[in-house]
Design a protein. Structure first.
Length: 464
C-alpha cells in the first residue's frame, strides 16, 4: 500500500504548481488562467526520503449540475475519496474567501484528515492571509510557496507519520504471510515464465474524436472527463492498466489540431504535452472520428507518429454512426496510399467505444504491432537477405563507379534500425534505400512499422 495525498482547492490557487514541486517534474500544465487542470492527474511524490502518491485535481467549483465544471468537481471529490490525506490549498495573498469557506464544508463532509496549505506565501506582509485560514477549522495552516519550494519541510512533517504507519502495517503483514514467491517474480529471473515488460500506449487524435471515451471504456470506469464540448482534455493523463496479463501504461491526450490553427498559449502547452506522450509511448493509437468526413489532415497524425519512430494502430471511432462504411474505408485507404506510402500496412480498426465494439480487435492489433516494433533479426539472416536483394537489383554506378553494399546488421529495435556498410553509400539514391526498406518489411514481417536506415561508408585513405 502507498500513502496517497489529494490536492484540493478552488481554481487558480496553485495546486498544479505544488503538484509539480512534489513530483519533481513539470508534468502538470500551469498557467495564470484559472481552471487549466480538468482531469485528475496522478504522480509519484518525493520529499527527502519519503515517497507517496499524489493527485492533482481540478478546482472545486460551485457549478450547475451537468456542466463541465460540475463534472470536474466530481473528479476532484473522487480523488479525495481515494486519498489518505487532503491538502486544502488557499491563496495566502487573497486570504480566506467565501468560496474557500464553502468548499471547506464540502471537504469536511468527506471525513478525511485535512491540512490547510496557504500557498503563495513568499513574503511576510501576507502573513495575515495565513492567519485567516484558522477560521476554516482544520487546525494550523502551513505557509508554503509551491513555485519557490518554500515550506516543503512542513509538508514533510505532515506526511511522515502516514509513511511510518504504512511501513509498520506492511511489515506486520509480511511477518504473518510468508508465502513462497515464484521465481518469475524475482527481478533477476530470466526464465520463460518471466512477466512481459509494461507496454506504453498513447491515444491521440484531433479534438472530440472520442479519446477520453475510449480510455474510460478500456479502464472500465469514468476516469476521464467526457462530454459534447471539444477540447475537454488538456493534460496528457496516464493510467496503469492491465489487458489480460499484460501491464500497460495508458495515456489519454489533448486533441492535436493543425499547427496553423493552434493560437492560444494553453492549447500549445496541451499539444506539447501530447507530443511528449507520443515520444514516451511504444505504440500509438491514432483515433479518427469516422462519423465526420475523413480528410487528409486526420491521417497526417499517422505520419507524425511514424517520424517519431512509434508503432501505429489507426482506429476509426464512432463507426456505428457511419452510414456508407465501404465508401469511408475506401477513402481512408486512398489517403494512406497517397500520403503514407512508406509505412502502409499498419492495422486499421473500426470501433464504437460507447458500445464497446472493436476494443478487443484494437488491443490485439496493439499487441501485435508492439511485437513487430520490438523484433530483432539476426545478422546472418539480414546478410543473406541483402546479398539476394543486391543481386536482384544492383545499386547504380554514379560517375562510372559501382556503389558497393558489403554487409548489414540490425543496430537496434524500437523502432527496428538497420546499419548498412559499404562504399559510396552517401551517393545511394533514396529510391534504392526505399527498395531495401520495403523489402525488409515484406520479407521479415515488418509491415506498418517505421524502419530506420543508417548508411555507413568506409573511409577512403586517398580522399585527400
Amino acid at each position: 500500500m502507498t500513502v496517497t495525498i489529494a490536492i484540493l482547492g478552488r481554481p487558480n490557487v496553485g495546486k498544479s504548481t505544488l503538484f509539480n514541486r512534489l513530483v519533481g517534474q513539470k508534468i502538470a500544465l500551469v498557467d495564470d488562467q484559472p481552471g487549466v487542470t480538468r482531469d485528475r492527474r496522478e504522480g509519484l511524490g518525493r520529499l527527502g526520503d519519503l515517497e507517496f502518491r499524489v493527485f492533482d485535481t481540478a478546482g472545486l467549483d460551485d457549478a450547475k449540475k451537468g456542466t463541465l465544471e460540475a463534472r470536474m468537481s466530481l473528479q476532484a471529490e473522487e480523488a479525495a475519496r481515494l486519498s489518505d490525506h487532503i491538502f486544502f490549498v488557499i491563496d495566502a495573498r487573497a486570504g480566506v474567501t467565501p468560496i474557500d469557506e464553502q468548499f471547506a464544508e464540502r471537504i469536511r463532509k468527506l471525513g478525511k484528515p485535512v491540512t490547510v496549505l496557504a500557498n503563495k506565501a513568499e513574503i511576510l506582509r501576507i502573513a495575515q492571509g495565513v492567519g485567516e485560514a484558522y477560521s476554516l477549522g482544520f487546525g494550523q495552516p502551513l505557509p508554503i510557496s509551491g513555485e519557490h519550494g518554500e515550506g516543503m519541510e512542513h509538508i514533510y512533517d505532515v506526511i511522515r507519520p502516514y509513511i511510518d504507519a504504512d511501513e509498520e502495517a506492511s511489515k506486520a503483514a509480511a511477518d504473518e504471510d510468508e508465502e513462497f514467491v515464484p521465481a518469475e517474480y524475482d527481478p533477476e529471473y530470466e526464465g520463460p515464465d518471466r512477466p512481459e515488460r509494461r507496454l506504453r500506449l498513447a491515444i491521440i487524435g484531433q479534438p472530440n474524436a472520442g479519446k477520453s471515451t475510449l480510455v474510460n471504456t478500456l479502464l472500465g470506469e469514468d476516469r476521464m472527463l467526457t462530454g459534447p464540448e471539444a477540447g475537454i482534455t488538456r493534460d496528457a493523463i496516464s493510467s496503469d492498466w492491465k489487458w489480460g496479463t499484460r501491464e500497460i501504461k495508458l495515456w489519454d491526450t489533448a486533441g492535436i489540431r493543425r499547427k496553423g490553427k493552434v493560437k492560444e498559449k494553453l492549447e500549445k502547452l496541451s499539444v506539447t504535452d501530447a507530443m511528449r506522450a507520443i515520444r514516451y509511448a511504444d505504440c500509438v493509437v491514432v483515433l479518427v472520428d469516422a462519423s465526420m468526413s475523413i480528410e487528409k489532415q486526420d491521417l497526417t497524425l499517422c505520419d507524425l507518429v511514424a517520424r517519431e519512430g512509434r508503432a501505429i494502430v489507426l482506429v476509426l471511432s464512432k463507426w456505428d454512426l457511419v452510414e456508407d462504411k465501404l465508401a469511408a474505408m475506401k477513402k481512408v485507404d486512398d489517403i494512406i496510399e497517397n500520403i503514407l506510402p512508406d509505412i502502409k500496412g499498419f492495422p486499421i480498426i473500426t470501433l464504437s467505444a460507447k458500445q464497446g465494439r472493436g476494443v478487443d480487435k484494437m488491443m490485439n492489433a496493439v499487441i501485435e504491432m508492439d511485437r513487430k516494433w520490438n523484433i530483432r533479426v539476426s545478422t546472418s539472416k539480414i546478410n543473406r537477405w541483402i546479398t539476394a536483394a543486391v543481386q536482384k537489383n544492383a545499386p547504380p554506378a554514379p560517375s562510372g563507379r559501382r556503389i558497393k553494399i558489403r554487409y548489414a546488421t540490425q543496430a537496434s529495435a524500437r523502432p527496428p534500425t538497420f546499419a548498412v556498410f559499404g562504399n559510396q553509400l552517401d551517393k545511394l539514391p533514396q529510391t534504392y534505400v526505399r527498395y531495401l526498406m520495403n523489402g525488409l518489411r515484406k520479407d521479415f514481417g515488418l509491415e506498418g512499422v517505421p524502419i530506420r536506415f543508417s548508411l555507413r561508408g568506409g573511409k577512403n585513405p586517398y580522399d585527400k
